[in-house]
Design a protein around this ligand. Structure first.
Ligand code: GAR
Length: 210
């Protein structure tokens, strides 16, 4: 990644739509002096996203780009998002609960430089209600995935996964809680390795089993 200053940390943006707990995990990771990223912006398509307040309280620049005035013109909203990211010098984008279907405009503009976290072991259970669907399917292992974003939703090269075992009596809420804990470990670890592939992973590999 090219840099203009002596700071060789990669300038990243985090895109959120809601509470931003994965964003929080990335903020905490970026506070470590040896973490290879610095957050230049947190952007949300929802001006009322609770995560924006968390980001502001952490002293970060926030941007709210409401998708609603753009109506059905998703690409027009994405052009505004893209322009905001580029103007801030962002080099890598981390989707963290950014609940928008992306068009090829944004996925092509950021191909190879946009990461997403998803609450299932992809390619199983793309889309919504992953914990309910995992229980219905009777899987014994469930978890989360960090992957590069392509034009297909919840698809693209997998950068890391963390798994939990499903226990008898688990509810979707139980799974959501245990998977979220793993998301908070996985996203910083996957981002670190994406930016510094030459550094041996602290977790010992791409699969963290809890
Ligand atoms: C997380 O569980 C994330 O994996 C999921 O939304 C939640 C956001 O929580 N993302 C998706 O489902 C994307 N397909 P957070 O706002 O607390 O990070």
């Amino acid at each position: 990644m090219s840099e203009q200053s002596s700071d060789d940390r990669c300038p990243i943006a985090i895109l959120i739509s809601g509470r931003g707990s994965n964003m929080r995990a990335l903020i905490d990771a970026c506070a470590a002096p040896d973490f290879p990223a610095r957050i230049v912006m947190v952007l949300s398509n929802r001006p009322d996203a609770p995560g924006l307040e968390v980001a502001r309280a952490a002293g970060l620049r926030t941007e709210a780009l409401d998708h609603r005035p753009f109506g059905r013109d998703r690409a027009a909203h994405e052009r505004a998002v893209d322009a905001t990211l580029r103007a801030a010098g962002v080099e890598v984008v981390c989707l963290a609960g950014y609940m928008r279907l992306l068009t090829p405009f944004l996925t092509e503009a950021w191909a190879g430089r946009m990461l997403n976290i998803h609450p299932s072991l992809l390619p199983a259970f793309p889309g919504l209600h992953t914990h309910e669907r995992a229980l219905e399917a009777g899987v014994k292992l469930h978890g989360c995935t960090v992957h590069l974003v392509t034009e297909r939703m919840d698809d693209g090269p997998i950068l890391g996964q963390a798994a939990i075992s499903v226990q008898i009596g688990d509810t979707p809420d139980h799974l959501a809680g245990r998977v979220l804990e793993q998301e908070h470990r996985l996203y910083p670890a996957a981002l670190r390795r994406f930016l510094r592939p030459e550094t041996p992973p602290a977790d010992g590999g791409s699969l963290l089993v809890a």
